[in-house]
Design a binder for this molecule. Structure first.
Ligand code: AMP
Length: 211
C-alpha cells in the first residue's frame, strides 16, 4: 500500500496514519514529525524550518523534499508507506512523481474549519517526550502534566489560534488543490471526519477496502 493522506491540519491524518501503519505493517512518513525533530535537535534544516513552522507557513520545498527523500531511501519503505503531510502542494506532488515515488491512493479526510479550530485549541504537547493530549478528548491524568514523563504540557506554537488560522488559509490555498490533482489521475478517495477516532478509522478502512 502506497498511500497519501490529505486533509486540513488537525483533521486527524497523523492519528489515522499511525493506526493504518500498525495494521498494515508499513511505516508512516510524517514530514511534520521529521521537521519537528530537526528543530528540536537544532540541525541546519531545523534552524531554517523553525521560522516557517512557527508562523504556520510551509517550509520551502527544497528543504522539505530533501529530508523527505532521505527518509524514503531507508529500507523500511520498500514494501509500502503512508505519507502524512507530504505532498503539501502541487510542486511537491510533481517532485514525488519525478523522483519515482508513486502512490496508489490519495485519501482525503474532510472536516470543517470550525471543527478544526475547536479541536486544535484543546491540543497540548509535552516539550520533553512529544506525547500529545487534548483537554477534552484525551486529557492527561493530572491537568497540565505529562502522564509519561511528568513535564509541564505546553501549547505547540503552531497550535496557537492565530497560527491555526494561517495554517488553514495555507491549506486551502496550497494543499487543497491536490484533491483535484489526484482526482484527475484517478487516485482520489474521500471520507468525512467522524466524531471519534474509532469511527473515522472505520470509514477510512472501508474507503480503502481494508478488512
Ligand atoms: P504537520 O505536523 O504535518 O501539521 O506539519 C507541521 C508544519 O511543518 C507545517 O505547518 C509546515 O510548516 C511544516 N511542514 C510539514 N510538512 C511539510 C511539507 N510537506 N511542506 C512544507 N512544510 C511542511
Amino acid at each position: 500500500m502506497k498511500l497519501v493522506l490529505l486533509g486540513a491540519p488537525g483533521a486527524g491524518k497523523g492519528t489515522q496514519a499511525e493506526i493504518l501503519a500498525k495494521k498494515l505493517g508499513i511505516p508512516t512518513i510524517s514530514t511534520g514529525n521529521i521537521l519537528r525533530a530537526a528543530v528540536k535537535n537544532g540541525t541546519p534544516v531545523g534552524i531554517v524550518a523553525k521560522e516557517y513552522m512557527d508562523a504556520g507557513a510551509l517550509v520551502p520545498d527544497e528543504v522539505t523534499i530533501g529530508v523527505f527523500k532521505e527518509r524514503m531511501a531507508e529500507p523500511d519503505c520498500a514494501n509500502g508507506y503512508i505519507l502524512d503531510g507530504m505532498p503539501r502542494n502541487i510542486a511537491q506532488a510533481q517532485a514525488l512523481v519525478d523522483g519515482g515515488i508513486e502512490v496508489e491512493t490519495a485519501l482525503s479526510i474532510e472536516i470543517s474549519d470550525q471543527t478544526i479550530i475547536d479541536r486544535m485549541s484543546g491540543r497540548r504537547a509535552c516539550p520533553e517526550c512529544s506525547a500529545t493530549y487534548h483537554t477534552q478528548s484525551a486529557p492527561p491524568k493530572k491537568d497540565g502534566v505529562c502522564d509519561k514523563c511528568g513535564a509541564a504540557l505546553t501549547i505547540r506554537k503552531d497550535d496557537e489560534p492565530e497560527t491555526v488560522k494561517n495554517r488553514l488559509a495555507v491549506y486551502h490555498k496550497e494543499t487543497e488543490p491536490l484533491k483535484d490533482w489526484y482526482a484527475a489521475r484517478g487516485k482520489l478517495k474521500s471520507v468525512d471526519n467522524q466524531p471519534t477516532i474509532e469511527a473515522t478509522t472505520a470509514v477510512v478502512l472501508e474507503a480503502l477496502g481494508i478488512k
